[in-house]
Design a binder for this molecule. Structure first.
Ligand code: FAD
Length: 522
C-alpha cells in the first residue's frame, strides 16, 4: 500500500461480539452495501467459538443498534433480551444483606445541583439513589423502563440490555451480511504476512487462500493473534489492583415461565470475588468471578452452587455444570500498531464488574469508524489519538472498578483486607478519595468530556458504600441558596417515583408484549 492510497478494505479477524459490532458499525457508516462503499471483510474460525459470556450492556447499546439500522423489536425477540437499568450490589459493604444501586438514570437536574451534599442529613432515612431517581424503586419491583407504546429505543427510565451472547453474535452476523454488505469468511487465519514496512499485508487462511487489506482489526479474543502474537505488543497486567482472574459461568433455567425478570444485574459479593446474575426471559446467566490467589476452584464452585440453590431449586444447583474461564486482568501497552488495531478481549479485559467491556468495544468501533484514516499517510496520527484515548479509558476503568472494592468495610477474608490495603490502590484514586471527603465528585475531578463513567456514577458508588463527604457548608452562600431547591427536588422525586410505579409494566409483561405486538418504530 502506498502512503497516498485510500483505505478501501478493512479486514476483521474474529466473529465474537467485538468482531460483529465493529463490522456492523463500520459497514453502516461507510455504506458497505453500495458499490462505492468501504469493503468490510470478517474472517472467523469455524473451530474456535466466541467466549459466550458478556451478557450485560450499557445504554450506549441502544445507539449502536440504531446506528446499524436494527429494529429493537427484532433484537429483543431474537436475542432473548431483557431491559437492564443498572446494577444492584449486595454484601459489598459489610458482607451481609445490605445493598445499594448504581442505576443508569442520572440524578435529577444533575448538572445544576449537587444533591449528594444535601442528601447527607437524610442518609439514615433514605438511600442516595432512592432520593434522586425513581429507578431503584422500579428495579426493586422488576419493572420495565418504558411501556409498549413508547417508541423503539426511547425510554421513561434510562436502560441498556441483558442478552444471550451466543444469539447476539449470530443476530449481528445475519444483519451485517444480509443488510450491511459485510463479507463473511469461515476459515482459520494460519499466518500473518508482513510488508517491507512491517505493516500487515495479508493473512493466509487454512484453505490456502490469502486475504489482503489496508487495515486489520484484531478481534480474536484472548488469543490476540495480530496485535499480541504477530506484533508482540506487551500485555500490562493490572492484577496488583484488581485481583480476579477466574470465572465459573453457568446458564440456569427458569423456575417457571412466569418468574419475574430482574431489571438490574445482581452483583453479590463473596469471600474472594462476586457473583453476577443476569436475568433473561428464558434463563439466567450466573457466574462467580474470583481471585485464584485468595480461594480454590473447589471453594469458588461451592459458593456458586450455594448461591444458585438459594435462588433456584437444590436439584438445579446440583445438576448445573459451570464452565471455567481464566483470564489475566490488564490490557495491551497500546491498542493500535502500524495498520492493526485491537478491539475487544484482544486489547484487554479486567473483569466483568460494571460491564465495561462491551461499551469499550462500541466506543472503539465508533472512533475507528468516525476517524477511519483516509490513507496510510494519516493512519499513524489516528493511531496515536486512538491509543491516547483508550489507554486513558483503561486507566479510568481500573480506578472506577477498584473504587467498589476499596470502600468495603469487610474484614472477613484476606481478599477484602487486601483490597482495601493502600498498597493495592492506584495513587490517583487515593488522591481523589482524599478530595471527595470534602466535596463530592465533580466534572473538574474527571479530566475528559467523554469520561466512560461520569461523575454521577462515582457519586452512586460513594454514597452507596457509605463514604462520607462533608454535608452542605453553612458558610457558603451557594449551599444555603440551593438547600431549599434540593429539598423540593427530593419531594418531586417522591412524586415521580409514585407515578412511575403506577405506570410502568413489569419487565416480563413488556417483553411478552414486544414478542406479541412489537414496539412502534420511529
Ligand atoms: C467471565 C466474563 C464475563 C463477562 N461479562 C461481561 C458483561 O457482563 N458485560 C460486558 O460488557 N462484557 C463482559 N465480558 C466481556 C465480553 O465477554 C467480551 O468483551 C465480548 O464477548 C467480546 O469478546 P471478543 O469478541 O473480543 O472475543 P471472543 O468472543 O473470544 O471471539 C474471538 C473470535 O476470534 C476468532 N478467532 C480466534 N482465533 C482465530 C483464528 N486463528 N482465525 C480466525 N478466527 C479466529 C474466534 O473464532 C472468535 O470468533 C465478560 C468476559 C468474561 C471473561
Amino acid at each position: 500500500m502506498r502512503v497516498s492510497d485510500p483505505v478501501n478494505t478493512v479486514v476483521i479477524v474474529g466473529g465474537g461480539t467485538a468482531g460483529w459490532l465493529t463490522a456492523g458499525l463500520l459497514a453502516a457508516e461507510h455504506r458497505s452495501n453500495e458499490k462505492s462503499g468501504l469493503n468490510v471483510v470478517l474472517v472467523e474460525s469455524p473451530d474456535v467459538s466466541p467466549i459466550g459470556v458478556g451478557e450485560g450492556t450499557w445504554p450506549t447499546m441502544r445507539t449502536s443498534l440504531q446506528t446499524m439500522g436494527i429494529s429493537e423489536t427484532d433484537f429483543v425477540r431474537d436475542c432473548d433480551a431483557s431491559f437492564k437499568q443498572g446494577t444492584r450490589f449486595s454484601g459489598w459493604l459489610h458482607g451481609r444483606d445490605e445493598y445499594y444501586y448504581h442505576p443508569f438514570a442520572l440524578p435529577q437536574r444533575f448538572h445544576e445541583i449537587d444533591l449528594a451534599r444535601h442528601w447527607q442529613p437524610h442518609r439514615e432515612k433514605v438511600s442516595y439513589a432512592d432520593a434522586v431517581t425513581p429507578q431503584p424503586a422500579a428495579c426493586e419491583r422488576a419493572l420495565a423502563p418504558k411501556q409498549i407504546t413508547t417508541p423503539e429505543f426511547a425510554s421513561a427510565l434510562n436502560y441498556g440490555y441483558h442478552l444471550d451472547a451466543g444469539r447476539f453474535s449470530k443476530f449481528l452476523e445475519e444483519h451485517c451480511v444480509e443488510k450491511l454488505g459485510v463479507t463473511h469468511i469461515l476459515d482459520n487465519v494460519v499466518a500473518v504476512n508482513a510488508a517491507d514496512n512491517d505493516d500487515i499485508e495479508s493473512l493466509s487462511l487454512g484453505s490456502g487462500e490469502s486475504i489482503h487489506g489496508d487495515l486489520f482489526v484484531d478481534c480474536t479474543g484472548f488469543a490476540a493473534l495480530l496485535l499480541g502474537k504477530h506484533y508482540g505488543i506487551p500485555f500490562c497486567s493490572k492484577q496488583e489492583y484488581l485481583f480476579n482472574d477466574r470465572a465459573l459461568a453457568v446458564q440456569v433455567p427458569r423456575n417457571s415461565p412466569d418468574e419475574a425478570i430482574a431489571s438490574t444485574t445482581l452483583s453479590t459479593a463473596q469471600g474472594a470475588g462476586w457473583i453476577w446474575d443476569i436475568a433473561l426471559p428464558k434463563r439466567r446467566g450466573v457466574g462467580h468471578v474470583y481471585s485464584s490467589a485468595h480461594t480454590s476452584d473447589e471453594q469458588a464452585e461451592a459458593d456458586l452452587r450455594r448461591y444458585i440453590a438459594s435462588t433456584a431449586s437444590e436439584e438445579l444447583s446440583e445438576s448445573c455444570a459451570p464452565r471455567q474461564i481464566t483470564f489475566s486482568p490488564g490490557h495491551r501497552e497500546k491498542l493500535w500498531h502500524r495498520n492493526c488495531v485491537a478491539i475487544g478481549l484482544s486489547g484487554g479485559f479486567v473483569e466483568p464488574l460494571e460491564a465495561s467491556a462491551l461499551v469499550m468495544i462500541e466506543l472503539s468501533a465508533k472512533m475507528l469508524s468516525e476517524q477511519l484514516p483516509a490513507n496510510r499517510a494519516v493512519m499513524d496520527v489516528v493511531a496515536k489519538r486512538f491509543n491516547d484515548k483508550f489507554l486513558y479509558h483503561w486507566h479510568r476503568i481500573i480506578e472506577f472498578l477498584k473504587l467498589h472494592y476499596v470502600l468495603s468495610r469487610r474484614e472477613d477474608t484476606d481478599y477484602w483486607r487486601d483490597n482495601s490495603s493502600p498498597r493495592t490502590v492506584p495513587s490517583d484514586l487515593m488522591e481523589s478519595l482524599e478530595l471527595w471527603r470534602y466535596q463530592s465528585p465533580r466534572y473538574q475531578d474527571l479530566f475528559h468530556a467523554d469520561e466512560l463513567f461520569p461523575a454521577a456514577s462515582y457519586r452512586y458508588v460513594l454514597c452507596g458504600m457509605d463514604f462520607e463527604t462533608e454535608g452542605p457548608d453553612e458558610r457558603r452562600r451557594s449551599d444555603v441558596a440551593t438547600r431549599a431547591d434540593a429539598e423540593s427536588m427530593f419531594g418531586e422525586n417522591i412524586k415521580r417515583t409514585a407515578q412511575m410505579l403506577k405506570a410502568l409494566p413489569t419487565n416480563r409483561e413488556l417483553i411478552g408484549k414486544v414478542h406479541e405486538f412489537g414496539f412502534q418504530t420511529i
